[in-house]
Design a protein around this ligand. Structure first.
Ligand SMILES: NC(=O)C1=CN([C@@H]2O[C@H](COP(=O)(O)OP(=O)(O)OC[C@H]3O[C@@H](n4cnc5c(N)ncnc54)[C@H](OP(=O)(O)O)[C@@H]3O)[C@@H](O)[C@H]2O)C=CC1
Ligand SMILES: O=C(O)[C@@H]1CCC=N1
Length: 270
């Protein structure tokens, strides 16, 4: 169990409890965060959060340990406008694009940490990247890391400039993988498999390969070669998939570049 002592004592405020905020909250509660210490601010909170002992749309505690901002970047200004002054509270934002500087305007002198998580956090399998402002002390960074470690792995960035690329890779990445499952299943169907069977094969292949990629000592390239018999079926498939002109490499390059650029645009729109 993670040590949530500071949050249990002073409180944690979550602003925005949709797909990402909800995924993190589910993980924190499962890891032992005291529900009564959590104030959730979300005007239309879903009924699945009822009867969990959370403080829902209630007045904020006087001096919460952490404020987690998980609203859409486009809604951030409105959400910030509704919050009282906070002095000793660690401000954590998971919003794509939205820069640390924009939070420093709203919370002068406050420690601010930008975190980019992803939705596998809901089952403790997320990966979060984080970077803090000058007011964020090592203790603040450790506190944020403890929170995010409760829902997966954590990496610390060297510079905020890396955050848009992180967003384009691991923040958005689960969607790319879900689409990979969809396209593999459709391709199996095109080869004559029933839809349900094709989906099950695609889903478990991606899940198993992902787990092996994490567990194994070898790089993904070696794991790929382990599947590929000379002159066999995989080699025939990979000839298409790895084509430098028409295959996955240029497509993935364009995909992550487009997501990264959108992150930059969202930041510039502030
Ligand atoms: N989804 C993902 O995979 C990831 C998302 N993020 C970031 O997380 C943030 C949230 O994204 P996501 O969870 O997908 O979005 P959602 O729309 O699912 O969640 C946002 C929630 O905030 C609520 N909300 C809107 N305005 C306010 C307000 N003023 N005060 C409090 N709550 C408010 C929304 O309510 P309503 O629906 O009624 O408007 C909604 O429930 C974004 O900034 C995104 O960039 C980061 C990493 C991954
Ligand atoms: O699509 C988005 O903008 C958010 C950020 C990363 C994942 N979802």
């Amino acid at each position: 169990m993670t040590d949530f002592q500071e949050m249990d004592r002073r409180g944690l405020v979550l602003v925005g409890c949709g797909r990402m905020g909800g995924a993190m909250l589910r993980g924190w509660l499962a890891r032992g965060l005291e529900p009564g210490a959590v104030t959730v601010i979300d005007p239309k909170l879903g009924s699945d959060w009822a009867d969990k002992g959370l403080r829902v749309n209630a007045p904020l505690p006087d001096d919460p340990a952490v404020l987690v901002l998980a609203v859409k970047p486009q809604m951030m200004a409105d959400a910030l406008g509704e919050l009282p002054d906070l002095r000793d509270t660690l401000v954590i934002s998971v919003a794509a694009g939205t820069t640390i500087a924009s939070f420093e305007n709203a919370f002068p002198d406050s420690p601010v940490i930008r975190v980019m998580p992803n939705t596998p956090a809901a089952i403790g399998q997320g990966i979060s990247a984080m970077i803090g402002n000058a007011a964020a002390t090592p203790a603040h960074l450790d506190l944020a890391e403890a929170l995010m470690r409760a829902v997966g792995r954590v990496v610390r960035l060297q510079s905020e400039d890396q955050m848009d690329a992180v967003t384009g890779l691991s923040g958005s990445g689960p969607a790319y993988v879900f689409h990979l499952i969809e396209t593999m299943a459709a391709a199996g169907e095109a080869q004559g498999l029933p839809a349900e069977l094709a989906l099950e094969l695609a889903r478990m292949t991606v899940a198993g390969a992902g787990a092996l990629a994490v567990d194994a000592d070898e790089d993904p390239g070696v794991l790929r070669e382990n599947v590929t018999s000379p002159g066999g079926t995989t080699a025939a498939g990979l000839k298409m998939l790895m084509d430098a002109e028409t295959g996955l490499p240029p497509l993935m390059l364009r995909t992550v570049a487009a997501a990264t650029a959108r992150g930059r645009e969202l930041g510039a729109a502030k």
